[in-house]
Design a protein around this ligand. Structure first.
Ligand SMILES: [Zn+2]
Ligand SMILES: [Zn+2]
Length: 188
């Protein structure tokens, strides 16, 4: 059965809600306050890969091949609710990063980088915590020399922020998660 977990903003209790019952104004099982509409029916902001317009798409409509309100192109819906980092490569960069419907936080790493191994799990956490709002990507610079060269990635770890097909920020080093969140907040 299709359920989703809604954390009650009043008492913090996790409520398991049947998706079919979502429209019947469910209440929190512990404190009996009504659960807020925006939690029950989250709305995603997806940028059109053709005209770059931002479209608001209810999560429940994601599977119905939503179209851009401006140019009618199909909106890219792949990966938008994964909650896992997307593996970015020389081959899929245009599609996964430049045409991403969400702002992208790209994490560049290498196997020889000892600092990177510690950051990997932070990046995974971040992807989970920002699910539906932004895309987190991982780029192995050894396996993808074209991108390493194009963005002149000489040292890792490094973070890059892309939005609307453009590089917006380059954040070198082991940037703390909080700082990454603050930076990304500008683009969400
Ligand atoms: Zn409650
Ligand atoms: Zn469009």
């Amino acid at each position: 059965m299709n359920t989703s977990i809604i954390v009650c903003p009043h008492c913090g209790t996790k409520n398991r809600i049947l998706l079919e019952k979502k429209d019947q104004h469910p209440k929190c099982g512990r404190c009996h306050q009504p659960l807020p509409e925006e939690l029950l029916n989250p709305v995603l902001t997806l940028r059109c890969s053709q005209c770059r317009a931002k479209n608001r798409v209810p999560l429940a409509k994601l599977a119905d091949q939503p179209k851009c309100g401006r140019c009618k192109a199909s909106l890219p819906t792949e990966h938008v609710t994964d909650g896992r980092p997307v593996l970015v490569s020389d081959g899929n960069f245009a599609q996964t990063v430049l045409q991403s419907p969400q702002p992208v936080l790209l994490y560049a790493w290498a196997s020889w980088c000892s600092v990177c191994s510690g950051i990997n799990s932070t990046v995974d956490q971040l992807a989970q915590e920002t699910k539906g709002k932004l895309r987190v990507g991982k780029l192995n610079i050894e396996a993808n020399p074209e991108l390493a060269n194009r963005y002149n990635i000489l040292s890792v770890p490094a973070f890059f922020i892309f939005d609307a097909g453009q590089l917006k920020e380059h954040l070198p080093g082991a940037v703390p998660k909080y700082d990454l969140m603050m930076k990304m907040a500008t683009y969400i």
